[in-house]
Design a protein around this ligand. Structure first.
Ligand SMILES: NC(=O)c1ccc[n+]([C@@H]2O[C@H](COP(=O)([O-])OP(=O)(O)OC[C@H]3O[C@@H](n4cnc5c(N)ncnc54)[C@H](OP(=O)(O)O)[C@@H]3O)[C@@H](O)[C@H]2O)c1
Length: 314
């Protein structure tokens, strides 16, 4: 059985992925900036096939045993993109944490004897621009489209470039441009649910901007699919087959949570800009992203529609 090393495996996606891989019989090695935190205390996931090792991507150092013992690396590490206001300092941390992670993995693979055969790197649909810049005859952004020239597009390009050298080491490389991940454990869904609990369904800006999303279990199954289908390589969009407008997303979520007992409320764009600053550009951006490539590779979604996702998550 392959041994899977997950950087940033302590985060929202990493924890769910770890559970799935352990269930499937894999050994999981989590690379974290603070292994003692997880080794000492009763960590949330504890298992005989799970171990924690430490790295410091800002210093480009890794415990060599983590690399020596693994066959596959899944790189999820990076400072939260929407966790805090985008000050100049925060924007630098968002990029550098990802580029440092990629470069640290490349350096470790060059210097530490290893049997790594596959690297799967997280990326984001922030790679793409607004739907208005998409080729007019294309129904959705596809993997060959260029990166956007705004902050997130440039960040994703630097993130993806930092891991690219692993290919010259003869290692299979995949990059997952991931949509908004829907999970009970946090992320965007938690924020969307908060006002609905009080009976208000906020529709952001005009509400017609498209959200390309994915259920966390489908995303984790996609990582598993990539590990097992050794013919796959390159970039894949990790989004569900049915992107929806912000308005339809919120109404569908509110209906699931509250039946008819909620009031849709339009939050004007200027208020979002006031409260969120530059992050509001991303919230108001319409990004329709295609899942055709991964579907054509044989991947089957369990949660293809927001209704099916909410049915499971709410
Ligand atoms: N969630 C989404 O909707 C979504 C969408 C698109 C792409 N993604 C990408 O997928 C990856 C995983 O997402 P997630 O939601 O699981 O993120 P998360 O919960 O924030 O976890 C990311 C992990 O990265 C590590 N990390 C945080 N700051 C870091 C830094 N400055 N330097 C190095 N490592 C750092 C942390 O692990 P340690 O503290 O243990 O080191 C953390 O647990 C991220 O790169 C994210 O950008 C997520």
């Amino acid at each position: 059985m392959q041994r899977i090393l997950i950087t940033g495996g302590t985060g929202m996606i990493g924890k769910r992925l770890t559970s799935l891989l352990l269930d499937k019989g894999y050994e999981v090695i989590i690379l974290t900036r603070d292994a003692s935190k997880y080794r000492q205390k009763e960590n949330e996931i504890s298992h005989e096939r799970l171990s924690y090792y430490e790295w410091d991507p800002s210093e480009k150092t890794v415990e060599p045993a983590a690399i020596r013992n693994a066959n596959v690396i899944i790189n999820l590490a990076g400072a939260g993109i929407a966790d805090k206001r985008w000050t100049k300092k925060r924007k630098r941390i968002i990029v550098s944490s990802r580029v440092n992670a990629g470069e640290t993995i490349v350096k470790a693979l060059q210097e530490i004897p290893n049997t790594i055969n596959t690297v799967i790197n997280a990326s984001a649909i922030g790679w793409y621009g607004d739907d208005s810049v998409r080729k007019s005859n294309a129904p959705a952004f596809v993997e060959t489209d260029p990166n956007a020239s705004q902050y997130l597009g440039i960040t994703c390009k630097a993130w993806e470039d930092s891991i690219e050298p692993v290919k010259s080491l003869g290692i299979r490389l995949l990059k997952f441009r991931t949509g908004i991940v829907l999970s009970e454990e946090g992320g965007a869904l938690k924020e969307f649910k908060r006002p609905i609990r009080f009976g208000i369904a906020p529709i952001l800006g005009r509400g017609d901007q498209i959200i390309s999303w994915i259920h966390i279990d489908d995303l984790c199954r996609m990582f598993l699919f990539a590990i097992e289908q050794i013919g796959l390589s390159g970039v894949y969009n990790a989004v569900a087959p049915t992107p929806v407008s912000n308005k339809n997303f919120m109404i569908s979520l509110a209906t699931k949570m509250k039946s008819k007992f909620f009031i849709p409320f339009h939050v004007p764009a200027f208020l979002l800009k006031l409260f969120l600053g530059e992050v509001s550009i991303e919230v108001l951006k319409s990004t329709t992203v295609s899942s055709e490539k991964i579907k054509n590779a044989g991947f089957q979604f369990i949660y293809p529609s927001v209704e099916s996702a909410f049915e499971e998550l709410i």
